[in-house]
Every structure is written in C-alpha cells, then in structure tokens.
Design a protein around this ligand. Sequence first.
Ligand code: PMP
Length: 445
Amino acid sequence: DVDSAAARRAYELDRKHVFHSWSAQDLLDPMVISAAEGSYVWDGEGTRYLDFSSQLVNTNIGHQHPAVVAAIAAQAAKLCTIAPSYANEARSEAARLIAERTPGELNKIFFTNGGADANEHAVRMARLHTGRKKVLSAYRSYHGGTHLAVNITGDPRRWASDTASTGTVHFFPPYLYRTAFHSTTEAEESQRALEHLEQLIVFEGAATIAALILETIPGSAGIYVPPAGYLQGVRELCTKYGIMFIADEVMAGFGRTGKWFAVEHFDVVPDLLTFAKGVNSGYVPLGGVAISPEIAATFGTKPYPGGLTYSGHPLATAAAVATINTMEREGVVDHAAFLGNDIIGPALADFAIRHKSVGEVRGKGVFWAIELVKDRETREPLAPYGASSPEMNQLIAACKSRGLIPFANFNRIHVVPPCNISVEELKAGLAILDEVLDIADGFAA
Ligand code: PMP
C-alpha cells in the first residue's frame, strides 16, 4: 500500500529542504523508503528490497516488529515526556535489562540520545575520574559526528572537521591483511600492535592519558575482528597505566556479533561501555554509557557535570525494554551466532575462493565485510581509502537493481542484515551478492 504520489512529493521536498549528512548536497539522489517490514523495505514505487544494510541503524529485530511498535504506542498513550531528574518506569526497567547484560559490574547506565554523545560522556567521565586529559583512539574507527566524537574517530570522516584540539592521539589497531607492522601471522600482528600501543603510551606520558577508546569490533570502518589476545592486552595496558578503557559497542552491541556485547567474545571487561542503535533496534533515538562502580563512585557525592534533556526518554526506553525482551523471547542473539557460523561464514569463504575480486572476508554473527581488490597479489583496493569510485557505485547500483540494499564503504561490501533474518531471506541476499561479485571480478586483474 505504497502511495507513489506521496513518495514523489517526499522526494521533491527532500531535495528542496533536507540537508543530508556526509554528502555533497547537489550530487544526491536519495531513494524514498515508504514502508518496511521484517527484513524488507519498499521504495516509493512499491518495489521491495532486502535490507542488507542494517548495521547502520542496527535494526536488529527487523523493521516494524509488532512487539516494539505496540510498546511505543502503549508508552505514548501513558507518558511521553518527563524531565530526566524524575524516575520513570520505562527508563528504570531499560536500565535494569541493560545492566544485567553488560559484562562485569557495569551496572550504572547513563542514557544519551545516540552513540556520539554516549562517547562524549564516556570520555568526560574518564577525564573527571582520572584527572587526565588525552584520549587514545584507533585508526579505522568511527565514534560519532559531534565535536569530540569526530576527533577521536579514526576514519576519513574525521579529516574535514578535525580541529586537533581535543587531546586525541591515534594508534594503529591490528589488521593483518594490510599490516602496519610487517607481520605475517595473527599472533605476530597482535603482539606488535600491543608493543606499538605501549610505546605510544610511554612516549605520550601515561599520566596525561585519561582514556583509550576502541570499537570492540570496528564496524563502519571495515569490520575488523581483533586477533586473539589483543583486547586482553589492551585491557592489561590500560590497567597498568591507569587509563580508562572505553569499549564502543554502538554498532557491535546488542546481538549483532552473536553475543549481547562483542567484548564477551574476548573475555574482557572495559571501564566504560557505550551503546546506542541496537538497544532498541533503532526505533527511537537512544544511546548510553554503562559505568563501572569505581567511576560511578567518583560521582557519588560530587555532581556529574553533564546531562541531556532527553536522557532515557520514555518512548525510547520503552522501545528498548520491548526490544530486549523480544530478543530474549525469540532467541535472536543465538540466531545471529548461528547465521554467522553456519551460513554467512561458509558462504563468504566460498566467495573468497571463487571470486578474484575478493581480497579478504571477515566477521562474526551478522557482522561481516567483503574487502574488494583490483589485484589479489598486490592487494590494491577496488576503491581508494576515503573515496568513492565508479566501480563501487556500479556494484551498489547492481545490488539495488536486484532488490538488495547493501552497506558499502570504499572497497567493502558488508553482509549486515537484521539479526533475526530468516535463513531463506539470508540465502537469497547472498545469491544476489554472488552475482554482483561476478561484476566486481570484471574490475580485477
Ligand atoms: N560509534 C560507533 C561504533 C558507530 O558506528 C556510530 C554510528 N555509526 C557512532 C558511534 C555514532 O552514533 P550516533 O550516530 O548515534 O551518534
């Protein structure tokens, strides 16, 4: 029941009045999405597409899940707004459900509007707790679009707005396929990346460093699963030098990797863990920081100087309660793990054998990247780092014309459908990607 006249009007008004993120405004031609359900969305003409891009908003339980839609409606009928200094049922219950799932004793939850402000507040808490200022963050990361969050970001989106005024120092995380350390094995890469990090800490002066922020599995920058031992090593270095370890789980959290939080794969507990998106399947803006008892205690009698009007908004937290309960009831986290182990992992390993444009595949759960190259020998990327390319644009168009909305970035196509996608839907999407990789092979030597 798509109204194509309304969709055309939406397109015209968008072009006239809407200013888009990260874009040259006049070069845009945005698809109008008029409706969605489960793993599918419909454009303004009523054409259906499989959503293989859901890592962006972390639509983890799919579009328009009736349990969440009903919970939002029920909360709207009961209580829509309240100053954050009052307690309310939705926020208290959401905080409990989140605290019960975060690792270790990260049991206090500070709610924000999204991921960037969660990271801003985590850094502020670390600075006030330690009395130090600098922040270490990794290249090939994304932490948000606000002032500090974009500065600590380590992907090219930082370049235009980096004022270098926030005390950020970047380090190289492990990435064996394009190693910065001349490593030949994962073990070597992990160890050398840790040695590099420790040197950086020593040369910067440990006593000047408040926090180290790291996406547990970096997402929009390319889905890099850290090698064994790396995150434990980071945890040990942070403990050794009194640095607060902030795990950014805005993209990897809430089931996407086949665990509630990705840190569980690596058996580490950060001092602060930030989340957003998947906490309520992206239905209403919400993010937050899960805080260790030690850091929470710093603000036991001394006020925390920070806050947001909508901290834990009732509609957003009601959606979180419904999302988390639905994920438990429907076994969504285990399903995501199963899809990664039994369907996506093997399918992508097969692509890597059959398609000469595939340089590397990597991921966990429903969080996978296919890295495309022009030449497997030289590993020359299909598109340059930090830029779009006609070849990638052609592959994106080929996905769309086959009824699939991809998540694509530079030289990568990600496989990131909703966590509750069915096996049949997933296989249909992978078959489309298989065809599109045939086109990619035409660009490769
Ligand atoms: N951290 C990570 C890992 C993210 O992927 C994102 C969003 N893509 C953010 C932070 C920023 O979140 P938001 O856009 O909600 O501010």
